[in-house]
Design a protein around this ligand. Sequence first.
Ligand SMILES: *Cc1c(COP(=O)(O)O)cnc(C)c1O
Length: 399
Amino acid sequence: MTTSDHEIYLDHHATTPVDDRVVAEMQQYFTEEYGNPASKDNHAFGHTAHAEMETAREQVAKAIGARTGGEVVAKSIIFTSGATESDNFAIRGIADYAREEGLGSHLITSEIEHEAVLEPYKQLEQEGFDVTRVPVDEYGQVDPADVADAIRDETVLISIMAANNEIGTINPLEEIGNIAADHDDLWFHTDAVQAIGYVDIDVNEMGIDLMSISGHKIYGPKGIGALYADLSVKTKLKPLLVGGGHESGKRSGTPNVPGIVGLGKAIELAVQHREERVSHVRELRDHLWQRLSDELETVSLNGHPEERLPNNLNVSFPNVDVRELVRMSLSNQGVMAALGSACASGDGTSHVLEAITDDQDRIESAVRFGLGKDLTKEEIDYAADVIIEEVNLTESIFG
Ligand SMILES: *Cc1c(COP(=O)(O)O)cnc(C)c1O
């Protein structure tokens, strides 16, 4: 697609490159220490694979503050094939438990969740569960008071994302967690895929019972993720995948050891380097926004002006055919951006933007830029030059 020497990747919400240090850690578990962790008592390769998997479990638990009395609770981490599975597992796992135990059948979520949360909710609704989807404000933020108002005696699950993958808005997790904690047999799940590298998340302090994360959004490999489950709720979760009883019977299937090692390393690096990554991408993002807003009269910002991911810029270019802009004009010049959400496989309009505005032109002309740690100011300036030139060109054609 690219006919340019430039490769300016501004789509880090869709996926990120794997950090060289992560690749280096993973390497030997493909070709040298390739044992199955289930063979840990049989031979050295099995023993090593198991030990490395448990080290990664500690790394993940530590990174999200999964502790009791100062001790890291590694057992609260269940490895999965990615956040899509983690989201499905958390939601189904609670719903199936509630159904089996005759608990309530009411579930709460928001209007702006990822499809990996929205779809299992839809399925459960068809199976007889009652669902409340709390609205968001004009910036895409959930009001904890709306969550509190939605809770009934029958409510068993609240699933509200930590930060949105399209517009970057960060939700008040701790307030929602505190509300959930006041109720028995009510669990709080959050999809923290986009937030984890940029927001300091402490599952204990924030009252989070279940949390989904993914490797490939934090400079780790694709096809690996985890579900954090507080031990009191982990025992209750009904597994999605049954078989050999791996992951304490919660997720059968031979563990992806290289992927798990990579996830552990990636999340450790994300926490270690969080501050510098945050300030770097924020500076570049603010610079990009400054240039676009200075030089383009009609551009507008989508999402919260402050409480947003530091690497996210979602803007609308009214009267511009952004499909053409992103897929042809920018792409041909090596600037890689996204239309709304790259996760949505269809070409439909964004449910996130529809939740924050009625302005169809604003919805249909939205472009998402997702910045990353390895970008430079020069690259951002090149991207800004190209975007400004192309937007001006199409606007002049439209008159
Ligand atoms: C990417 C993403 C997912 C899906 O994660 P996979 O590991 O690709 O399955 C879920 N939720 C959010 C918010 C995401 O951005």
